[in-house]
Every structure is written in C-alpha cells, then in structure tokens.
Design a protein around this ligand. Structure first.
Ligand code: AMP
Ligand code: ZN
Length: 112
C-alpha cells in the first residue's frame, strides 16, 4: 500500500535503520525509542492490524522474525519484551501490523 508508512519503509522509499531482515519481514529502529533497543518488526506484506492477519502461518512467521531479531540484537541474555498494540485502548497508531521489540533496560510492569 503506497500510502502506508511501514510499507514505504519496507520498500526502501522512506529511510530507516534496518536491524534485521529476512525474505518476508523487516525490523527497523523505532524513530522515538522507548528503550535502548527498540525495533519495529513487520511483515513486508501489508496487514492493517493483528486482527487482519489472515492465518496462523503469517502470525507465526512474524513472531519467529521478532525472536530472530531479538537474538540478532543480542537480547537473549538480558531479556526483552514484545508488544503489539491494537485499537484505541491498545494505542495502535500505524495501521500496518507490527511488534515492538524492546530491551536494553529493565522494563516496568504493568505498562502505562
Ligand atoms: P504503534 O503505536 O504501536 O502503532 O507504534 C507505532 C510506532 O512507530 C511508534 O513507536 C513510532 O515511534 C514508530 N514510528 C513512527 N514513524 C516511524 C518512522 N518513520 N520510522 C520508525 N519508526 C516510526
Ligand atoms: Zn503497510
């Protein structure tokens, strides 16, 4: 979708710091990081939200990519958090499904 910010990042039309990539996914540095490591992990294909993802295969592959990104970023030992926002209460702002991968500091719980 050419009016989607994350599709445009995946296509290389908008610059981003790429932290991990495979055939179907890309992880890039969040422009407003909430932790020392804050990556946005997306499928290159466009799905608007978690609830638009068509099947378990797409969900699973995205989660696997997020785990691979965590390993690639050296978060295995210290730990990390994956967050997917949905809807008004969840606070999703960019309508291209994504996981936030956060690490590099002790993360508080519950989230705000
Ligand atoms: P969400 O609220 O879950 O939709 O999160 C969207 C995230 O995308 C926010 O953490 C933003 O900081 C991040 N973001 C917005 N624009 C960009 C951009 N151009 N490059 C990287 N991250 C971005
Ligand atoms: Zn998109």
């Amino acid at each position: 979708m050419n009016d989607c910010l994350f599709c445009r990042i995946a296509a290389g039309e908008i610059p981003a710091t790429v932290l991990y990539e495979d055939d179907q996914h890309i992880a890039f540095r969040d422009i407003n990081p909430a932790a020392p490591v804050h990556a946005i992990v997306i499928p290159k294909a466009h799905y608007g939200t978690l609830l638009d993802v068509p099947d378990a295969g797409v969900h699973g592959a995205l989660l696997e990519a997020a785990c691979a990104a965590a390993r690639a970023l050296g978060l295995e030992q210290g730990g990390f958090r994956l967050v997917a926002n949905f809807g008004g209460d969840g606070g999703q702002e960019v309508m291209h499904v994504h996981w936030h991968l956060l690490g590099g500091r002790l993360l508080g719980w519950p989230p705000g």
